[in-house]
Design a protein around this ligand. Sequence first.
Ligand SMILES: [Ca+2]
Ligand SMILES: [Ca+2]
Ligand SMILES: [Ca+2]
Ligand SMILES: [Ca+2]
Length: 561
Amino acid sequence: MNPKTFLLVVINSVMFSTMSLWGATQPAISAGYNHSLFLKSDGTVWSCGANWAGQVGDGTFIDRNVPIQVIDDIVAIAAGEMHSLFVKTDGTVWATGAGNDGRLGDGSLQDKKIPVQVQISGVKSVATGKDFSLFLKADGTVWGCGSKSNGQLGLSEGSGNPSVPVQIPISDVVSISAGYNQSLFLKLDGTIWATGYNGRYWSGGPLGDGTNLTVYTPKQIMTGCMGVSVSGTQMGAHSLFLNSDGTVKSTGDNGFGQLGDGTRTGRYVPVDVLLSGSIKSVATGAYQSFFVKEDLTLWACGYNQRGELGIPGSGQWYSVPVQVQENIIGVASGTTHSIFLKADGSVWTSGTNDKGALGDGSWTDRGTPVEIMSLAIFLNATATDGGIVSGNGVYNLNDTATITASPSLGYLFTGWTGDLSGSTNPLILTMDASKSVRANFKKNLTDGDLDGLTYYDEVILHGTNPTLKDTDGDGFEDLFEVNTGFNPVLATSTPDALSTIRTAVEFRFNAASGVSYRIEGSTDLDVWNTVETDIIGAGAVVTRFYTIENLPKRYFRARRN
Ligand SMILES: [Ca+2]
Ligand SMILES: [Ca+2]
Ligand SMILES: [Ca+2]
Ligand SMILES: [Ca+2]
């Protein structure tokens, strides 16, 4: 098979969904057919791999096996078959690589070896298919350019491919994914819509509408979703749908088990991926599928031709997802190479490397992921019960971070553990490395007003004033009211001052038959006075009741006479 017919296409711009942005760009990775893009938190993009059409964007057509900085001020990236797209912070888009079919969107059909401006603005993310590009604007509209021959731009059949972006008939879109010649859209309401080529009869339907019919205008496929990814080749394509409940469905080509349903049967209607546990993001490669769980373990199924699943391999396939990595927050996969982004910001690559797509400085395939660079440093702050912490995020080297612990009512902040110590709060630190920090809280057990109730008891349990012994001013202290079942914050709920209270203690001992005993009492355990004497035992328990009224402390004992 001609490798060019393998064409892939990738994904994954969905990552870091749980992290807030604090002045730095969210790092991102993207894998093309045989090249790789890396977006650092400082907004620079680094690129390596196949460069025959200028897709690396370094001003040459020379393959690169070490990432080279090609553009800056970037917030989103996408690597296609032979072209690359970059979204700047100002919403403009820049493109490099193969220009035929108009996929670069600059109005030309020429290849470019350095990024040129696309004729569009207001863009927040991009996706790349084989020979077309998708642009998601901040207003929820989607635009496209390049090949439309298979319906991938949601436009009717007819001659002429747009070489500048044209609007696709869909709105309220929050996420886009492009396959070989398919386009999928996630709308704000959780529905997924699809348009484009829908597979051959043997390879399943990547659009998941139950047919193999090409779709020329976006069509609703799913509801209740929070993520989507599609990839494929000329031979077939498959899609993953991430449901809002953390489960995943799949459809399309299943030649290597990439649908994860335990079979190698192509599907036309979405089926359940056999993976339990809450999944937070999904990604697809040409013949592989990836699932990142909430616990940051990475699971994969499909074809592991050269280690592209993230585990050593030489042609194995997996029809049920297996765990392949951990501490993963992002993954991108091309045809036979993959990129893994770990929670500490490090980037790892594996798979085919004949064009340098792994960026490890060699041209040698890697069956086991190799660390090649770092995209960012992270502050990962967590909190114990009793409070929250802010300052989480991604930073550039030597950025200043402010981390603040905020105790809940009734709790106190006790200090930092992990990579920080002490109890300074807020804490200002220099991010010289990724840090994991825990803010510790404890219940506030001080009793400032000396009423016998702790601060926690007063503000959380009883609603009383922690600086006032008698909150409601009814003449009874808070603790007294709590102990006697009255309402300490309601003056009309108050103990009856004239009520009679009688209390007694029961005193019992085993009296042996025929033995004489006496019972003594004491208030200090020192001086004992006889209370009763000449009690003759009968081999049974002797029981007495004594009042303690007006005698707040009395002890009793029985002795033999
Ligand atoms: Ca108190
Ligand atoms: Ca009080
Ligand atoms: Ca009171
Ligand atoms: Ca009261």
